[in-house]
Design a protein around this ligand. Structure first.
Ligand SMILES: *Cc1c(COP(=O)(O)O)cnc(C)c1O
Length: 385
């Protein structure tokens, strides 16, 4: 075991069960460990390096910004945040963005918006947010409170009040959850950590209509599904809905930290001066990266993502040992026996995959070359045999 591995084992808080590999470099969809062994990357970090490791144009933009000015504070104006905000708004039809550093923070902002929107309009006692069973919204105390998995609701009591849960995909359950005290619904369109399960389109549309009818804000958590991952800029575009708030993070800056909270018409002016903020939020290098990422997230890439999705489904579903393959775009879950053993066997053969619940989760780079995709899929097939 290397000194770096020892250092983290000895001096880092023990919150992760890390695999015994120390990656030292990478390029595109290839990762290299400290012994020079190469791996095909079907994880992209966790849906972060969506355009490949060390994407040339992204890195160029970051280095240029780093050498100009990496930070100014949000008390002044700057170029990269403005360019990014304009691009995001023009491509989504939302009205404004707030920039932070992570998915949990983007969701915290969304939760504050929902509560203040309702408080401004209806006063106290209308502050409950309905989330779905099996969801995941982050690791802060409040976003854990919004997460619909009991395993996350231990140790850190008291959790934030005002969250209610409904079974995912069950419209009657949603109807009964939407009582007079509800200000918002929050959902992932493809539940990621929950096992890569896409919600039914009719269900999502019906929930959107209910929210609209009762002036309940619909918050779509696209931290994982966004930025091309599901074959469109944001997954909500594939569902044909117009959410009031959208959050994203993971893939938006291809490896640099950035969270985005979009607001639509209703909540455009909800947060006012002094009601929210972040020292590092919208870091200028992260924004420069995101501007370049968005240039590469074009229609051709979305088509490629869908074609790669079809290829993986064709190769793996019905394969020996596979119960089902679920998900959208290049966000896929394979239901198989003993996913931990499969992950380990893949790693030994030079392929990095992830897990989600009892599944193998695949989140390859959106621009992974067909040849590497094929090699990786062949490794999975071999291992499943
Ligand atoms: C990863 C994730 C989060 C949390 O993002 P962080 O950047 O780790 O805070 C929130 N929601 C979803 C759907 C995620 O996949």
């Amino acid at each position: 075991m290397s000194k770096y591995i020892d250092n983290l084992n000895n001096y880092y808080v023990n919150t992760y069960s890390r695999s015994n590999i120390c990656f030292t470099s990478g390029k595109g969809s290839i990762l290299v460990d400290e012994n020079g062994k190469e791996y095909i990357d079907f994880g992209s970090g966790i849906a972060v390096n969506g355009l490949g490791i060390c994407n040339e144009k992204v890195n160029e933009a970051v280095i240029k910004q780093l050498n100009k000015i990496p930070h100014t504070s949000n008390l002044y104006y700057n170029e990269p945040q403005g360019t990014l905000a304009e691009t995001l708004i023009k491509r989504t039809g939302m009205k404004r963005v707030f920039l932070s550093d992570s998915g949990a923070e983007a969701n915290e902002c969304a939760i504050k918006i929902a509560r203040k929107y309702s408080f401004d309009k209806y006063g106290d006692n209308r502050n409950v947010i309905v989330a779905l069973n099996n969801s995941f919204h982050g690791r802060t105390v409040t976003t854990l409170s919004a997460t619909g998995q009991d395993v996350f609701h231990t140790y850190f009591m008291p959790f934030t009040e005002g969250f209610r849960f409904a079974a995912a995909g069950n419209l009657d359950a949603m109807k009964s959850a939407l009582t007079k005290d509800v200000c918002a619904v929050i959902m992932e369109l493809v539940q990621g950590e929950g096992g890569v399960v896409a919600l039914d389109k009719d269900y999502v549309k019906a929930v959107a209509e209910l929210c609209d009818k009762h002036d309940i804000l619909l918050i779509i958590d696209e931290v994982q599904t966004g930025n091309g991952r599901c074959g469109n800029l944001y997954a909500y575009m594939e569902y044909g809905i117009s959410p009031d708030v959208v959050t994203t993070a993971k893939g938006i800056a291809n490896g640099l930290p950035l969270g985005v909270t979009f607001v639509g018409d209703k909540a455009e002016y909800t947060l006012s001066a002094g009601t929210h903020g972040s020292t590092f939020g919208g870091n200028l290098c992260s924004c420069a990266a995101a501007v370049e990422v968005l240039k590469q997230l074009d229609e051709q890439l979305f088509k490629d993502v869908k074609a790669k999705h079809d290829y993986i489904i064709k190769e793996l579903s019905g394969c020996k040992g596979v119960k089902s393959v679920t998900g959208m775009g290049l966000m896929l879950g394979i239901d198989c026996e003993d996913n931990k053993a499969v992950l380990k066997a893949c790693r030994e053969k030079g392929l990095i995959v992830l897990t989600a619940k009892n599944k193998i989760r695949l989140l390859p780079a959106l621009n992974i070359p067909d040849e590497l995709l094929k090699q990786g899929v062949e490794i999975i097939k071999e291992v499943l045999k």
